[in-house]
Design a protein around this ligand. Sequence first.
Ligand code: SF4
Length: 340
Amino acid sequence: MKHYNIPVFISHFGCPNSCVFCNQKKITGIETDVSADELETIIEDYLKTLPKESKKEVAFFGGTFTGISIDLQRNYLAVVKKYIDDGKVDGIRMSTRPDYISHEILLMLKEYGVTTIELGVQSLDADVLELSGRGYRPEKVFEASTMIKEAGIALGIQLMPGLPGSTDEKDFISAKRVVGIGPDMVRIYPTLVINGTQMEKMYYEGTFAPMTLKEAVDRVVPIYALFEKAGINIIRVGLQPSDDIREEGVIIDGPFHPSFRELVEGEIYSRFLTIHRDEVGNLNVKANEKNISKIVGNRGINRKTFGKSFKISIDNSLSLKEISVNGNLITREEILNGVI
Ligand code: SF4
């Protein structure tokens, strides 16, 4: 059954933390920007547009849900619980920080029907976390993840490759640690310098440089392959090109691309096909039609790179997990192994 999120973006104006990449405005006296009444309107409006036969989660994004006051959390959750009890919504999803999870909080969330928690982990390297002002150590992530899994709530983990102090190796080790945790899903957001953040100051002072787009793709390729091989659902790679992000002057610098995931997929195939081309001299590729655009790459980059030596055709007798290259059947696993 198709799954839909009903997204509710809740700013956390009272956040006491100082993550260097965050531009959340600190406004005293106001906790968030969505009232319980407004929440009801958002849900009603979305429900009108979604098919009845689908799985729907109300998804609280944009802030640290379990960092807002308990009363307000309960107010929001109670609104959604009515829809769950009426069978109109199937669950609740939220993003929060690893150090805002406790047994008491999880008990309360379960009571209201929370089904998924996405932790903004960002890195599992102690130095990177410190330089990024996250305010917790990797142990906290392991602790929170175990608690969430034991509570029977699906776990999502967000990583930000390219934070201050990170390297290819450190980010890859972080990803390996995430695989060890065994989340149900991950999101990968290469770090961008956003206007109004501490990181913007570091950038202009010359104490932080973001990855270039090429560096970011190269860094994410092995991480992506690792997660896919581990059977972890990769629900997002790169920031969604929302209106906020596209606004002039919001992204100061960094590896933003509206189709970042396609770049990663294309690079995985490019590396694999390069080895074959170098060995045999030509590339006669067959694949399921659903895989063709990934193999050809964003804007046909791989077709351009390989030029006349590259021929690709549809063969729907092949599954999504295999391609044929010069008559040899190659599994997706073999392709992924080549980039880790
Ligand atoms: S990213 Fe950090 S500073 Fe920004 S709202 Fe979340 S916890 Fe607070």
